[in-house]
Design a protein around this ligand. Sequence first.
Ligand code: C5P
Length: 410
Amino acid sequence: MISDPPNSPKSVLLIIGGGIAAYKTLELIRQLTKRGIRTRAILTKAAEEFVTPLSVASLTGDKVYTDLFSLTDEAEMGHIQLSRSTGLLVVAPATADLMAKMAGGHANDLATTTLLATDKPVMIAPAMNVRMWQHPATQRNLKQLQADGVTVIGPDEGDMACGEYGPGRLAEPEVIAARIADFFDKSVGNGPLAGRKILVTAGPTHEPIDPVRYIANHSSGKQGFAIAASLAKRGAEVTLVSGPSRLGTPAGVKRIDVMTAAEMLAATEGLLPLDAAIFAAAVADWRVATEATQKIKKREGELPTLSLAENPDILAAISRRAEHRPPLVIGFAAETEQIIENGRAKLAKKGCDWIVANDVSPSSGTFGGDENRVFLLKGEDVEGWPKQGKDAVAESLADRIIDYFEGASS
Ligand code: C5P
């Protein structure tokens, strides 16, 4: 049998990959122990060329797992038990090969089987030669892993063991340990929003015109994704309903991908009842009344006419529900002028509780940028926040949401 999981609720399953940086994981284990985090380790076959199971075991104080078939209770699916025995899986160094296997869903050794079978969050700290890191295949795998909800730490830029210079060095053990500690401090189920079910919509919607064309907008999804991340860090059970976006799913967040406004509304309604709903998506106001089933042909001297139909207003629909209206409904107002006045009008029109009004005039750089200047409108109250990063806006909003729930329950 697998020995009892480490007693501490803060425990990590560290999967050590076969790269020159593998020796640094010994320091990582020390750093984790210092922070009160227990480590259980798996070594890939290649990792054993760089560190010995004995040196790892002496630092973890636990058996080291090295091979799928060495688990004495394999008949009882020991690797599945192992994959769920800790709160977090960390792959360091994540080699190009391990990343490719993870992205492709391979399961041909203990490390990859465990990674595929786990129901726990996964972090990776990549380390490899700079050209291997920059290769389109690795970058493709990286995007896939981020879309699958894997958190990526590093790599750092600097001199490499192979004599080249660039990104590809394993992040410093101290930095990896700090990120892991941060995860446990703020992970789901812990924190002031524990037990709160919260929805965040984000990104644009794409409304098809024909099989190859669509109506869209410039929304990147950054603000909504940042809000989802902040709420999850504070312990909320967050579902992110996202239109097409290239961003990775924040740690601890459940993601539902949608394309159109109609799909976004259906996904949202499917999640009710909720404690709070935040509508940060830039939903297209219109769709074409009838989507062409074949690509519309370009004809000399002729312009096609598109008739539009109005999309459902998701924020208004949820705010005005008689049944299962979330106690706190927050909308966004993207304005190019008279931000507070227009925001107030939107608050009344949509029937939501708060509006986050932001400046999206072309000079503001908000769309696709990293910064946002917002006003939080709560009924008659207005709070003007300084221009700050979208992450900072998300943190402030999450703090206001905590205040709301603390006020509501006192
Ligand atoms: O009407 P307007 O697009 O300016 O309103 C912005 C707010 O309404 C945002 O919170 C946005 O997510 C939400 N909205 C929506 N469904 C729509 C249009 C906007 O949920 N069809």
